[in-house]
Design a protein around this ligand. Sequence first.
Ligand SMILES: Cc1cc2nc3c(=O)[nH]c(=O)nc-3n(C[C@H](O)[C@H](O)[C@H](O)COP(=O)(O)OP(=O)(O)OC[C@H]3O[C@@H](n4cnc5c(N)ncnc54)[C@H](O)[C@@H]3O)c2cc1C
Length: 469
Amino acid sequence: MTVLVVGAGPTGLALACGLLEGGARVRIVDAAPGPAGTSRALGLQPRGVEVLDRLGALGDLPERGVEVRSVLVHVDRREIARLRVGGVTKLVTRPGVMMSQAEVEGQLRARLAELGAAVEWGHEVTALDHDGWIAGCDGAHSRVRKLAGIPFPGVPLIERFLLADVRADLPLDRTAVSTWVDGDRMFALFPLPGADRWRILAPEPPSAAEAEASDRAAVLLGLLTEHTGFPAGLVTEVGWTSAFRIHRRLAGTYRAGRVLLAGDAAHVHSPFGGQGMNTGLGDAENLAWKLALVATGRADDRLLDTYEAERRPIATEVLGSTSAMTRLMLGRTTAGRLVRDHVLVPLMNRGFVQRRIAEASSQLRVSYRRGPLGSAHPGRRPRAGDRVAGLPWSQMRGRWAVLTADDAAVAAARRHLGPDAVLVLPPIGGSAASLVRPDGHLACRGDAARIDRWLTATLGVPPKVPAVA
Ligand SMILES: Cc1cc2nc3c(=O)[nH]c(=O)nc-3n(C[C@H](O)[C@H](O)[C@H](O)COP(=O)(O)OP(=O)(O)OC[C@H]3O[C@@H](n4cnc5c(N)ncnc54)[C@H](O)[C@@H]3O)c2cc1C
């Protein structure tokens, strides 16, 4: 049965790649006439890097990214905190990559082409009439979500943000994101790849409410001088500008019959913390292997309910943390601003706070152990549902991994999943085999019989190849 992926942003592209790797038939369509050259997201968190690596879509993105080592926070024009980022911790062994969303999408399209597919541009979905599966990856204003009657409750968080990508000779450290907070206002400069390229981002001041597109740059250049003291003349060229509102919304459900939602179609939140694209990539990877198994008849469609059960709580958490960070940085009350400027921002200089922020935003702590396929029982780690660390991700390419020296355990996995869908890796401690899902989380641990029972229960259909007596 064919899967129709609606939307060729990062979520739809990653989903299409994962589905093809899982053996499904896929069409991917997008209403736009062609790929976007401009970029919203600027960062792949370590989890996003891992997802692309598993999909075979990382390419040379890490080499092309900007190396960002710190986030500078100025309060009233004085540098109060230097938050170190991109370092290695026990959890985060590979840093994120600061680079344009457009480049990430380009790399995913290259992988899609390797897998024998291409985006059908200029195809807008206007009605749902399809006898296969439909994956709505069509962004915050998702038509698929509306057509499926899925509610998208939530609230606006901030009136409007303005953004401009510019060329400028700024006397600033290009290995740092520089931010200025001043009362309830803030201003940020992000280095972009290229010797003199920067992104300017700031909330729209009330005096410039609803600035016309042609006035946005002028408003931002005025703010540049106000916050940093740099003359606007240092900006030599203004490229793309945009204005956007920040909402916090979560879809009522991720599945309605044969319709599934992923990425911004399912959740939107503040860009503070750079989590949106990464959460969409995580959705795509989680959904891809399940939908591929269902669409190819190797699993019952009840498996798809575990997608929402595993991923919606992650989105709920991201909505909460990014909203809190936004409120904190914008300091809406006098008390809030005092706490921000004199307690919280200075705390960002502390090593343990920096590690906690780096690990929380990396998304590598994401675990499905409390979900229907997980296990919260105390015992050896990782537990079922936890991310397994340190595997050779680039070898996965949509496959499952069995970490074992036991041929019977491998045979059990292959009977259910197919001969080419299982990668065999050396065991990690103990004699039990570990079955790792294509998204890098532990499925189960045990002998061949245990793997067989887990797959029988999880997939809900008998294996294609019966066991040899
Ligand atoms: C200013 C800004 C900065 C951000 N910074 C970050 C960041 O640093 N890190 C981060 O992780 N995230 C960030 N985000 C969020 C990130 O950009 C989004 O989360 C991400 O683009 C979501 O990807 P998606 O594929 O789900 O949706 P989208 O990228 O919105 O893609 C949806 C696609 O669907 C297509 N489409 C829409 N309707 C239809 C239809 N009816 N038929 C067919 N096709 C359709 C569209 O043309 C589009 O190509 C930022 C967002 C903004 C606004």
